[in-house]
Design a binder for this molecule. Structure first.
Ligand SMILES: C[S@@+](CC[C@H](N)C(=O)[O-])C[C@H]1O[C@@H](n2cnc3c(N)ncnc32)[C@H](O)[C@@H]1O
Length: 272
């Protein structure tokens, strides 16, 4: 990736309609978003005032899952698809804090992520941190390019965090995940989080309609549909749960037990 790539990416940023990476950046309090993203973000906040907290909880889930995999399980390679605009701490920082030699390949299809990828790429000298522009719906291309950094004969953590709710069933969401998992060696893990309407069907349906009115796609899924992403894998405790309940640590989510669950399921499972 060169400075010219970054500049060219900047020219490809479409500010005529909202984009998930930039809306998520707005929810997290970032500055890499446009009025069109903020406008939809504010409308969604009117429907569900806690969205910003849900986004923060999703980042905490990422940190706990990555620390667990790099720290407790010895996983040294991470393929993070739908990586988003850099938000510290980024996944490679969490993984490389546990194991400096960890190799991380980021993939996203939004040019704004490429435009900011320079910030992603400053990993440890012992490890490797790379970014490619790619679409999760094109697994053969993504896997081929990822193989430049990732050794698929060794365990990999495939991270699809807050990504699949942008991929409708008409794009064969479950078959796509199965294709990626099929490319992984035994001992690999799938980390996945995905929004659900299980706890507030009406509010989430309003959100989906609000997205659709702006030409954007948002696909909440039920618990059973999210569990199906992990088909054939051995679930790690506590299974697929609202992600604030996935191994909460004191001071960062444990206190939410007993409150309403975060309407995003998260889980980690192992390929045997
Ligand atoms: C909500 S953000 C999640 C970012 C990060 N994974 C996290 O959880 O903090 C979703 C990301 O998925 C990306 N995305 C959406 N559709 C995609 C696709 N078809 N292929 C690759 N990335 C996609 C968006 O550009 C955005 O950066």
């Amino acid at each position: 990736m060169t400075g010219t790539d970054t500049e060219a990416a900047q020219h490809r940023i479409d500010t005529s309609r909202p984009h998930p990476a930039r809306m998520y950046d707005w929810f997290l309090g970032g500055k890499d978003n446009y009025p069109v993203d903020e406008e939809l973000g504010r409308r969604l906040l009117d429907i569900q005032p806690e969205i910003k907290e849900f986004a923060r909880q999703n980042r905490r889930f990422m940190r706990r899952a990555v620390r667990h995999l790099a720290g407790d399980c010895g996983v040294r390679q991470f393929l993070d698809i739908g990586s988003g605009i850099p938000t510290a701490p980024n996944l490679h920082q969490v993984a490389q804090a546990e194991a400096a030699e960890a190799r991380v390949m980021y993939v996203d299809n939004d040019p704004i992520v490429l435009a900011h990828a320079g910030a992603l790429l400053s990993g440890t000298p012992e490890g490797e941190t790379r970014y490619i522009e790619g679409d999760v719906r094109e697994p053969e291309t993504v896997l081929e390019r990822a193989a430049e950094t990732i050794d698929f004969t060794r365990p990999v953590a495939l991270s699809l965090i807050a990504l699949m709710h942008f991929v409708p069933d008409t794009d064969h969401a479950h078959a796509l995940v199965a294709r990626y998992v099929g490319a992984l060696a035994p001992g690999s893990r799938l980390i996945l989080s995905q929004a659900t309407g299980d706890f507030d069907p009406e509010g989430v349906a309003k959100g989906v309609a609000t997205y659709a009115a702006r030409g954007a796609v948002f696909v909440p899924r039920s618990h059973a549909e999210v569990v199906r992403f992990f088909d054939g894998l051995e679930p790690e405790e506590p299974g697929v749960v609202p992600l604030d309940r996935w191994r909460p640590e004191s001071g960062e989510g444990a206190e939410s037990a007993g409150q309403d669950p975060v309407p995003i399921y998260g889980g980690v499972a192992r390929k045997v």
